[in-house]
Design a protein around this ligand. Sequence first.
Ligand code: APR
Length: 271
Amino acid sequence: MSDLIERSADILATARYAVALTGAGISVESGIPPFRGPGGLWEKIDPMKYAHIDAFLDDPETVWNVLIKNMKTVLDTAQPNPGHIALVDLERLGILKTVITQNVDGLHQMAGNGDVLEFHGNFAWQSCLDCSRRIETALVDLTRIPPRCSCGGILRPDCVFFGEMIPHEALIRSQHVSASCDAMLVIGTSAMVQPAATMPFIAKDNGAVIIEINPEPTPLTSRISDLPLLGDAGSIMPRLVKAIRRRIPPPSQPITPPPMTKHRKAHDTIA
Ligand code: APR
């Protein structure tokens, strides 16, 4: 693993334009379960019955009770973990330009990343099906399910349900930065859901080096990953940042003029 981390650090330390694609795995160490694999949400509930737009429009009360209320409970208290923090460090080092995330938890922004493309929306907001008014999730009154807007309309989370389109700007910009990058970190995604899973292929086709971080191999690992780092983001990402810092010369110290001496004072005045 250390060798792979060192080689990944070589790539990132000299990258002209690095981006990251993240999935549920980067938030697992923040207490948010993934969707697939051991302990995955879709292992417990059928996503087509509870996370598809048709299911929501057919029976919003059930979808609120089974899925959305539980998501709120988990997301209300979630905090960024070392994996998120490391991406902020990479941004501050001038290496990471953009984060494309499939997550709706807002933890990248909470950690401090500036340019975050929310491919599947954000759970921090709800919208009214009737008047489209947006309300902060934290302010939604959950004593009545499904919760209602002041106009009486039913509220829905500003997340992308199965069967819905990806927000246009997020899609176009994600395709653009994927085609522009020379290194892509793919962190904590099973790469099973389109079109997000296409981004690493767009990057690869444009010559980018793919660095994958995931405790399990994914469909990308044997096909396009140049550096598969098999492990948890929360432990690997800080090690990667440390290795990169060893390769970046410390910022040059500002030159402080020597303290004014009697001789110098005399000299300066003459001038
Ligand atoms: N660090 C890194 N990766 C992890 C960790 C960890 N600590 N723990 C688990 N993983 C990996 C798993 O091995 C898995 O490959 O994270 C991945 C999570 O995969 P999914 O649960 O499928 O999540 P994701 O790829 O983000 O799903 C995509 O599907 O259900 C929809 O809209 C939902 O955005 C989601 C999309």
